[in-house]
Design a protein around this ligand. Structure first.
Ligand SMILES: C[S@@+](CC[C@H](N)C(=O)[O-])C[C@H]1O[C@@H](n2cnc3c(N)ncnc32)[C@H](O)[C@@H]1O
Ligand code: SF4
Ligand code: SF4
Length: 374
């Protein structure tokens, strides 16, 4: 086998085949080689994937829908929500520190659409890699599409569909007609050549319809990703870990073809930095910063009281605190370079920020131990 990286654990060794993009796990450790030896000097495009840092800006806590799983309990506008200048200065600060993907989200961003348009117009003046607008699209009007097209036709829309069935979707959003509005808006955006990505969030209410919904989204010709509901906020009543397990969710990071994603920088940083918290930061509409939209139990600071440099310092500290080195049972795992770590998910399931993920690939039995010859 060529083009292999070896990662040694305490009692297991992982072989990452960069050609087949598979991981082979064998019992025991290998002697005489260093972790991360490369058997061939060929490099794949996966290895070269750059670190992409992303900043989430929640423009408002107001929402026109009232989804039963919403982690943020979003509904009413917050009092004293941040101004254009406060968002702009924060975006600029983190852009200068490598955060070159910016997502505008909520609540519902189109409830503050003038602010959204102004911020989009600002962000396109920076050399960002990607701009995303995450919206339920129920309030999107023809003229909004035209306005955004004029600002930049490459802005990416993200939205949410829970089911191919209108009734199931509307039961989750608790607003009749919401499915139809989202689907019509997706078609309008596609007609205008915008890229639209759909999040399909799985919970008790829709998991039985997963396969039909996947087919529906494929026919709609949109890219989609599937995620399990995080049991936080209103989501604590809709999530179910057993369903998540049954559906085959585990922590192995794979692409849509089931191929393992191996990232070179995670190999370098796995015992120094948390794989998410080193790359994401979220700014809420009230001015509080968090390492991620779900990690609301880890405030990094308040823009109205703290300097951005203090907030950034706190982010780096949190990233160090939750590196694999400090996660119980994961320190010496040879799979940790390809393990999706979601500390907020683990925390909401176990009450412990440093616990092993209950969806651990090794414990799920979903990865076969394979014999390999090199
Ligand atoms: C907070 S919403 C904001 C954008 C917009 N309002 C929407 O729903 O599409 C962003 C995404 O987070 C998802 N989300 C909300 N609560 C969640 C939870 N508890 N676990 C996982 N995803 C959640 C939503 O379904 C949506 O796909
Ligand atoms: S998930 Fe999105 S649409 Fe639903 S209540 Fe939360 S912010 Fe609103
Ligand atoms: S959860 Fe921990 S032990 Fe399980 S695969 Fe991931 S890094 Fe390894």
């Amino acid at each position: 086998m060529k083009n292999v990286k070896i990662i040694k654990g305490q009692d297991k060794t992982a072989f990452y085949s960069l050609d087949s993009k598979k991981v082979y796990l064998v019992e025991g450790t290998l002697h005489g080689t260093n972790s991360c030896d490369i058997f061939s000097s060929d490099h794949t495009e996966i290895e070269k994937e750059p670190i992409q840092k992303k900043m989430f800006c929640e423009l408002t806590t107001g929402c026109n829908l009232f989804c039963i799983h919403c982690y943020g309990n979003f509904k009413e506008y917050g009092t004293n929500e941040l101004s254009y200048k406060e968002f702009k200065d924060s975006i600029r600060y983190f852009y200068n520190r490598g955060f070159k993907i910016v997502q505008f989200t909520g609540g519902e961003v189109f409830l503050r659409k003038e602010l959204l348009f102004k911020l989009l117009s600002y962000v396109i003046t920076l050399e960002v890699d990607r701009i995303e607008v995450f919206s339920n699209l129920n309030l999107l009007k023809d003229e909004d599409v035209m306005t955004i097209k004029k600002i930049n036709p490459n802005i990416i829309f993200r939205t949410t569909i829970f089911s191919h069935r209108e009734h199931t979707h509307d039961t989750i959003t608790t607003v009749n007609g919401s499915w139809r509005k989202t689907v019509n808006a997706i078609n309008l955006l596609k007609l205008n050549n915008f890229k639209v990505e759909v999040a399909l969030i799985i919970m008790k209410e829709n998991y039985k319809e997963l396969e039909d919904t996947k087919r529906f989204l494929s026919n709609l010709a949109v890219q989609f990703s599937i995620d399990a509901v995080r049991p936080s906020g209103r989501g604590s009543t809709t999530s179910c870990i057993e369903i998540t397990r049954k559906l085959g969710f585990n922590t192995l990071r794979t692409n849509e073809n089931g191929e393992v994603i191996f990232r070179e920088y995670e190999l370098r940083n796995r015992n120094k930095l948390n794989s998410c918290f080193s790359r994401t930061i979220a700014l809420s509409s009230s001015g509080l910063f968090f390492p991620c939209i779900f990690a609301r139990n880890i405030p990094l600071g308040d823009i109205k009281k703290d300097s951005l440099s203090t907030i950034y310092k706190n982010l780096k500290l949190v990233a160090k605190t939750y590196s694999w080195k400090n996660i119980k049972g994961c320190n010496n795992c040879p799979l940790n370079v390809s393990c999706k770590d979601c500390r907020p998910l683990v925390y909401s399931l176990t009450g412990d920020m440093s616990a092993k993920n209950p969806l651990c690939t090794l414990e799920s039995g979903s990865l076969k131990l394979e014999e390999i010859t090199i």
